[in-house]
Design a binder for this molecule. Structure first.
Ligand SMILES: [Zn+2]
Ligand SMILES: [Zn+2]
Length: 347
C-alpha cells in the first residue's frame, strides 16, 4: 500500500510503498477513504509525542470501510462503513468497565502508538469496542472530522462542560476543535465568544455561530476582552488550542463558578502550564480536562449531525491526495486554524 512515512522528526515525510497491515485477533484492517489532518499529527511529526517510534505513519481521524477482520471480532464484517475515536480502548481495564473508554488504561492510538491512517489501509485494535458505524447518508469526508476534533469538542462542550442554553461560552483557539466547539455550543443555545489570532479563523467562527469574536493579535488582554463582552465572564470556557497562554486566558476569562475545559493538548515539550489557581479558589472555578470521546457516546452526536443542527461537513475546507500531505503536515505548525484539511489516500 501507499503511506506517508517519516524517518526523522521534523524532516520531510514521503509517500512510499510499504507492507499492507494485517488485523490482530481482536482488530480489523480498514481501507481508509478519508483522514483528517490535525495539529496533533504535526506535534507527532515534530517529536513532541513520546508514544511514537520511527519510522512512523501519522494519521488518527479516519473513516473508511472494513477490509479484513481478526478471528475473534464478532460485531464487524468486511464492507462496514466505519469511523473510530482517536483513543482506541482495550474494553477490559477498570476505566473501560466504568464506561470511560476515552481514558482507557491500555489505549492504543492510530498514528501515535502504531502506524496511522495517512495510508491506504490502517490496522485498528479491539474493533468490537471501538468501531462506530457511519450513518448511510454521512460521507467519508465529513466522518473523517468526527473521530478527533468534532467528537472531542462534543464531549468537551456537552458532557464535560455541561453547556446550558443562554450561557456565555468562550472558545480560545478557532482551529478544528475550536470551530467544532463553536458550532456545538451555538446549537446548544449558548452565546459564543471566539478568540483567535487569525482573522480568517474568526470569520469561520462567526459563520458557525459565534456571536462575538476577539482578535487576539490586536488585543492585549483577551481574558479582559471576554469578561467585557460577556458582562463579567464566560460561564464555560475552552482552551481549544493548547498553550500556556490560551490556558491562562481561558481561566481568567471566566465568571464566578465558571468551568474551564482543557481540551487542546499541552505537549510536555512546552513545559508545565501555569493555571491561575488563586482565581480558581476565589471564584470557585472548575478546572476540567477532556480527552476524546468513547465510541459508545457517539449516538447523541451523530443524531445532532443528522438533524442538521451542526454541520461538520462545513469544517472541511480542503481535500488533498496523499502526495500533498507531507507538505500540508509541515504547514500545520505555521498555519493552523484554517478549517479542516482532509486527505483522500486513494485519490
Ligand atoms: Zn486530532
Ligand atoms: Zn481499557
Amino acid at each position: 500500500m501507499r503511506a506517508v512515512v517519516f524517518e526523522r522528526y521534523g524532516e520531510p515525510a514521503e509517500v512510499r510503498e510499504v507492507a499492507d497491515p494485517e488485523p490482530s485477533e481482536h482488530g480489523v484492517v480498514v481501507r481508509v477513504e478519508a483522514t483528517g489532518l490535525c495539529r496533533s499529527d504535526w506535534h507527532g511529526w515534530m517529536g513532541h509525542d513520546p508514544d511514537i517510534t520511527l519510522p512512523h505513519v501519522p494519521g488518527h481521524e479516519l473513516a473508511g470501510v472494513v477490509e479484513e477482520v481478526g478471528a475473534r471480532v464478532v460485531g464487524r464484517r468486511p464492507g462496514d462503513r466505519v469511523t473510530v475515536p482517536f483513543v482506541c480502548a482495550c474494553g477490559s481495564c477498570p476505566s473501560c468497565a466504568a464506561g470511560d473508554q476515552q481514558v482507557c488504561e491500555r489505549q492504543t492510538q492510530p498514528g501515535f502508538t502504531h502506524w496511522g491512517s495517512f495510508a491506504q489501509y490502517v490496522a485498528l485494535e479491539h474493533a468490537d469496542v471501538n468501531l462506530v458505524a457511519l450513518p448511510a447518508e454521512m460521507s467519508f469526508r465529513t466522518a473523517a472530522a468526527l473521530g478527533c476534533r468534532f467528537a472531542t469538542a462534543f464531549r468537551a462542550v456537552v458532557q464535560q462542560g455541561r453547556v446550558a442554553a443562554g450561557e456565555w461560552v468562550a472558545v480560545h483557539g478557532a482551529g478544528g476543535v475550536g470551530l467544532s466547539a463553536v458550532m456545538i455550543a451555538a446549537a446548544s443555545g449558548a452565546r459564543v465568544v471566539a478568540v483567535d489570532v487569525s482573522p480568517r479563523a474568526l470569520e469561520l467562527a462567526r459563520k458557525f455561530g459565534a456571536a462575538e469574536c476577539v482578535d487576539a493579535e490586536r488585543t492585549e488582554d483577551t481574558a479582559q476582552a471576554v469578561r467585557d463582552l460577556t458582562g463579567g465572564g464566560a460561564h464555560l470556557s475552552l482552551d481549544a488550542l493548547g498553550s500556556p497562554a490560551t490556558c491562562a486566558a481561558s481561566v481568567n476569562g471566566l465568571r464566578r463558578r465558571g468551568r474551564h475545559i482543557q481540551v487542546g493538548l499541552l505537549p510536555s515539550s512546552s513545559g508545565t502550564s501555569p493555571v491561575p489557581m488563586a482565581r480558581a479558589i476565589a471564584l470557585e472555578l472548575e478546572i476540567i480536562g477532556s480527552h476524546g470521546m468513547a465510541a459508545h457516546a457517539y449516538p447523541p452526536m451523530l443524531e445532532l449531525v443528522r438533524s442538521g443542527a451542526v454541520r461538520p461537513d462545513l469544517l472541511v475546507t480542503s481535500t488533498i491526495p496523499l502526495s500533498a500531505s507531507p507538505e500540508a503536515l509541515a504547514a500545520m505548525g505555521t498555519a493552523p486554524g484554517q478549517g479542516v484539511t482532509v486527505v483522500e489516500p486513494w485519490s
